[in-house]
Design a protein around this ligand. Structure first.
Ligand SMILES: *Cc1c(COP(=O)(O)O)cnc(C)c1O
Length: 425
């Protein structure tokens, strides 16, 4: 075993250090395996209930009327995530598109959207119009209110009560912290928040941005009162196989509204050819629980490796996980660059390229990105990135297999070790 790692340039010291950390995580990993086992059963049960068959993998073109595979997959998603209906389409191009679709189809001019968990994901700022943007909800006369989390990460219940008014029509709750420094919300906490909001205004639509959260726990937000969950298929639920796509699952009315906006009033879910990619959606969903398990193990391993070496890590090595993102702060550009180079060097695709910090639209500093993925931009595959500014934090996520995640972290550590950026192991 050591020999094959040596072939990658990983030294005996790094290997021994990694092994020690891995051994200390045995119990934690066993708990994660139980969650994956439960979620695997959930997916299989949903597929059996809706009689998934080989015909479901057939392709449709043109209008896509009566596409059995597409329609059955949407029933599978609805059952699996606990909703009445689902929209799961390759025509939804990414997570932001799915969220924009869910929002724009479920509010009308004069309505207000409330985020009770602080600033939403960067790309949603333009969808909502927090940052002025062509076609934003603000241009259509939809207003936006925000209540930040308290300093300790708790909900500002009093602030939320005051923010809810007669125009409040939709509440958007982001499960994952994304690239912010607030805590990620557990499904249980999301349930508490929704119960509080519904007590004040029962008919408000509670939408959860579920990106990076699917299959991390055994429960999903629809099971604790959410009306609609939204996510990307090139993250968790695509299992690394879906080459594109997004989903909306929840109340039938919310999903229908989204369908009438995705295609057209009057057409809704009836059109939308699947173009031969249904098998990847089914098979990706089937694999998703174990893929998420691998990504979680990789994140926890990284947290423990770099915490032990004195770096700030978020979440820390021992706290519970509610999404697959791991932040590691290096306090130096050299550390961040070495980490990303290591992740890239471990990739099955494009391992021979060296990532370079580069100017990116929307950022006020250079950004370095490591990704050697089968699906471009896929962040359920092992990937890392970070802006080249203090405190030099790498955001790390994904790993289709735990062994690949482990290799990536060992390669990253080796780069830091070779450049004398870590103290003795
Ligand atoms: C990734 C992500 C999005 C946006 O998804 P894209 O596919 O990148 O457009 C929105 N919200 C959260 C929390 C995310 O992690």
């Amino acid at each position: 075993m050591n020999q094959i790692y040596h072939q990658f340039g990983i030294s005996q010291e790094v290997l021994a250090f990694g092994s020690k950390i891995e051994e200390s995580l045995a119990e934690r990993f066993a708990q994660l395996d139980k969650i994956a086992e439960y979620n695997q059963m959930k997916v299989i049960a949903a597929m059996q209930k809706h009689r998934v068959s080989a015909e479901c993998f057939n392709s449709s073109t043109g209008y896509g009327y009566n596409d059995l595979g597409r329609d059955t997959l949407e029933e599978v998603y609805a059952t699996c995530f606990g909703g009445e209906a689902a929209l799961v389409r390759p025509q939804i191009t990414c997570g932001t598109h799915a969220l924009a679709l869910a929002l724009m189809s479920n509010v009308r001019p004069g309505d207000e959207i409330l985020s009770p968990v602080g600033k939403p994901y960067d790309t949603l700022e333009e969808v909502i119009g927090i940052r002025p943007s062509k076609g934003s909800l603000a241009e259509y006369g939809v207003t936006y209110a925000q209540v930040d989390l308290l300093a300790d990460g708790g909900f500002d219940y009093e602030g939320i009560r005051q923010a809810i008014n007669e125009h409040t029509h939709l509440v958007t709750i982001q499960r994952s912290k994304g690239y912010a420094s607030r805590p990620t919300l557990s499904v249980e906490r999301i349930g508490e928040l929704i119960a509080f909001i519904k007590k004040i205004k029962p008919d408000v639509i509670c939408m959860v941005d579920n990106c990076y959260g699917e299959f991390v726990e055994t429960k999903e937000p629809l099971e604790v009162g959410a009306d609609m969950i939204v996510g990307s298929l090139i993250k968790n639920p695509g299992g690394g196989l879906a080459p594109i796509g997004g989903y909306i699952v929840g109340k039938k009315e919310c999903v229908d509204n989204a369908a009438y906006r995705l295609t057209s009033p009057g057409l809704g879910k009836e059109v939308g050819a699947s173009l031969g990619i249904m098998q990847s959606f089914y098979q990706g969903l089937f694999l998703a629980p174990t893929v998420v398990n691998s990504a979680l193990k990789s994140a926890i391993f990284a947290a423990n490796v770099f915490e032990r070496l004195g770096f700030d890590v978020l979440p820390n090595g021992s706290e519970p996980r509610y999404d697959i993102i791991q932040a590691v702060t290096f306090q130096s550009p050299e550390g961040l660059i070495a980490f990303c180079e290591g992740i890239q060097a471990a990739a099955p695709v494009d391992s021979y390229v060296i990532p370079e910090p580069w100017d990116m639209p929307g950022y006020d500093s250079k950004v370095i990105m490591a990704a050697g993925a089968f699906v471009q931009g896929s962040s359920i595959e092992l990937s890392a990135d970070g802006p080249l500014r203090p405190p030099y934090t790498a955001f790390f996520q994904g790993g289709l297999t735990w062994y690949h995640g482990k290799l990536g972290i060992l390669m990253a550590l080796q780069k830091l070790y070779d450049r004398k950026l870590v103290k003795d192991l």
